[in-house]
Design a protein around this ligand. Structure first.
Ligand SMILES: Nc1ncnc2c1ncn2[C@@H]1O[C@H](COP(=O)(O)OP(=O)(O)OP(=O)(O)O)[C@@H](O)[C@H]1O
Length: 489
């Protein structure tokens, strides 16, 4: 049996002591290491041979480490780069990630983080060194993602140009550690995209922790994010891990990031910069090893302008952005989406998949669907509940003769799937029907949640809903629930 080929690393730093320190650390890990004090020598090495990882200081005597990254990118080379930047220089770190760096480290370099970054960079290579084709072949870009990634991409239905583009971009961005910001209207699949980024990345075997930033009570938010030791505050009856540590080795998805209170934004920024967290009441800081993906339906740039969102945090989170298009921008996908959603809903509830008649499809095509794919999903669920045959007809979607009855917002459709409480005749006619129905729905949901000890799966089952519908309603109606529920998926 032949011995495995050692992985090769090129270290570029002009300070001899630091070079030696990095070299020794990496040699001890079993890597083959060569080093260069400047760009010129690094270029000579790169012209001669291939490396698995390039580690470069930002400032070098004859230029910036970023130049090497640009050259690697232009030559479509497969080396993964890690850039070392000065402490507190957010611009350089963001610039490095935008230029294609896999990751960055800040000075003074923590050797544990150096080792972890190199391991992660190697894991993200889709070919082991022995299988790697010769220099010059643009292999990584066309290499397929892992099987879980392929499945996650397939869950994002749509063959319109913008959907093909978004799937391609997910594959590309998944191979680095750069933070990703997903922007798009409600119900356009931002969480689906975030999961696909995770599943296509080398972190796929790690956890995917999804957090709704707008749903956590303000007094608990710090403990939820960073963890807390028992007794750190009234009610902290046991140690709490916190999202950052729970997502260790995986991806932390910060949904509705635009709703994060300002005070918490400052704390989040500090953790991103320092890559360490200290749980409330704890004395020791712990290293953070997560890839951040955030999402919002709000206009973050406008929030920055109005002072509601910190510019420096925006800059940090928005290294790579992805936009999920609204359904009205890709109406050609509606039929495929409707069929795929029907399949999924029916397989989840174990019922046979009905056909979708031409009239039903035409009716859906005529709907505005401002709530996007989620609204389409709700309409199909409701039609399935109302239909008794093997074919879904337009009538199954409600009174289709009256255009005023057509669904106009996610809230309208959401109210349909819960048994609508009979109006109290003594109370007369409510001045705002939607608010009235929302109140009724909120009360029913709260009752079910309380009776099941806030177990969302159990509460959903009591109401004949699935977990996804339950989560949607909880979020839409702004119901506060303990965030560490046992049923988060
Ligand atoms: N392209 C798609 N293909 C298949 N299903 C989709 C697609 N886009 C969205 N969905 C489905 O629509 C529902 C809403 O999607 P998701 O929760 O990802 O949207 P979102 O943009 O995160 O919404 P919000 O901003 O309200 O949180 C989910 O059930 C999801 O599976």
């Amino acid at each position: 049996m032949t011995a495995p080929t050692p992985t090769s690393i090129l270290v570029v730093d002009d300070e001899p002591d630091l070079r030696t320190l990095y070299e020794l650390t990496l040699l001890r890990e079993g890597h083959e290491v060569v080093s260069a004090p400047d760009l010129t020598q690094a270029r000579e090495w790169l012209a001669q041979r291939h490396f698995d990882v390039l580690i470069t200081d930002m400032r070098l005597p004859d230029g910036l480490g970023l130049e090497l990254l640009r050259e690697l990118g232009a030559d479509q080379r497969t080396e993964k780069s890690i850039v070392i930047t000065a402490y507190g220089s957010a611009e350089n770190a963001v610039e490095a990630l935008k230029t294609g760096a896999f990751d960055y480290l800040t000075k003074p370099v923590d050797l544990k983080q150096l080792r972890a970054a190199v391991t992660a960079a190697l894991q993200s290579q889709r070919y082991p060194s022995a299988m790697r084709p010769p220099l010059g072949d643009a292999v990584l870009r066309s290499a397929p993602p892992p099987p879980a990634g392929v499945q996650a991409l397939a869950r994002i239905v749509g063959t319109s140009g913008c959907m093909v583009q978004i799937r391609n971009r997910i594959e590309k961005v998944a191979t680095s550690m750069a933070p990703v910001l997903i922007l798009g209207e409600s119900g356009t699949g931002k969480e689906l995209v975030a999961r696909a980024v995770h599943e296509c990345s080398h972190r796929a075997s790690g956890p995917f922790v999804a957090v709704n930033c707008g749903a956590i009570p303000e007094n608990l938010i710090e403990a939820e994010f960073f963890g807390a030791r028992k007794g750190a505050f009234t009610g902290a009856t046991q140690d709490r891990e916190g999202y950052f540590l729970a997502a260790k080795g995986g991806t932390l998805f910060l949904d509705e990031i635009g709703d994060l209170p300002l005070q918490m934004q400052a704390k989040l920024l500090r953790v991103i910069q320092e890559r360490r967290v200290r749980p409330l009441g704890g004395v020791q800081e712990e290293a953070v090893d997560v890839r951040l993906v955030s999402a919002t339906h709000r206009d973050l740039a406008a929030l920055v302008k109005s002072g509601e969102f910190r510019q420096d945090l925006f800059y940090r989170l928005n290294v790579i952005s992805l936009r999920t298009p609204a359904l009205r921008e890709r109406r050609e996908d509606l039929s495929e989406l409707a069929h795929a959603l029907l399949q999924r809903i029916c397989s989840e509830s174990g019922q046979p998949v009905p056909e979708l008649s031409d009239t039903a499809l035409a009716w859906l095509q005529a709907c505005e669907l401002p709530g996007n794919v989620r609204e389409l999903e709700n309409l199909l669920q409701r039609a399935l509940a109302l239909s008794s045959g093997a074919v879904l007809q337009a009538d199954d979607f409600g009174d289709t003769s009256d255009t005023a009855m057509r669904p106009e917002s996610p809230s309208t459709t959401a109210a349909f799937s819960v048994p609508t409480p009979a109006p109290d005749p003594a109370a007369g006619i409510p001045p705002d029907l939607q608010t009235y129905l929302d109140d009724q729905e909120r009360q029913v949901l709260l009752k079910a949640l309380k009776e099941t000890d806030f177990n969302r799966t159990a509460a959903a089952a009591r109401l004949g809903l699935n977990l996804r519908q339950m989560r949607y309603r909880i979020q839409r109606l702004g119901i506060a629930t303990p965030a560490d529920g046992d049923d988060e998926t």
